[in-house]
Write a protein that binds this ligand. Sequence first.
Ligand SMILES: [Fe+2]
Ligand SMILES: [Fe+2]
Length: 200
Amino acid sequence: MKVTEMDYNIMEFQDKVKENMTAKRYFHTLGVQYICAALAMNYQYDIKKAEIAGLFHDYAKCYDDNMMILKCKEFHIDITEIESKSPYLLHTKLGAYYARERFGIQDREILDAITYHTTGRPNMSMLEKIVFTADYIEPSRRMIPKLDEIRKVSFQNIDLAVYMILENTLNYLKKNKDKLIDPMTENAYEYYKKLQDSEY
Ligand SMILES: [Fe+2]
Ligand SMILES: [Fe+2]
């Protein structure tokens, strides 16, 4: 069943999501949900789908590293080398799994948007770009370099916003030597860099 055909109630989903996280994370989640809706309006995308993807994007972030690995093994979710070293990355795949198994969300675009919201990937769908961007710019995000500019650009040229976010993220990861870089993020950066170069 597609989510647009599904008789869902977004307020019920909100209550369920709220049960699975701290007040602070829920506040962030609502910010992401609303910014997903705003970006969807701006880019003529399905608003409800965008809201649901935003609402569930961090659903599985409540587990510590060990539990994250255990849960993924239990549900036969494959774990890449980088994910085994930085298990928090798995909250994306695990979140998509729960959205499908616990809440009956089968829409591929929503599940992919949850799956790729942290690393990004080359050639993202509109919904993937919306969730990836909303996660970075939602109102409760603490100030990061260029955030004001990225917020503005997000509503003007989402590919450029994605590129700027990936660039910021890679700079941050490179500065913090204990942080590992997922090759998917580098691939995404190269893709969106080329896209920008080809547009000028
Ligand atoms: Fe996340
Ligand atoms: Fe998030």
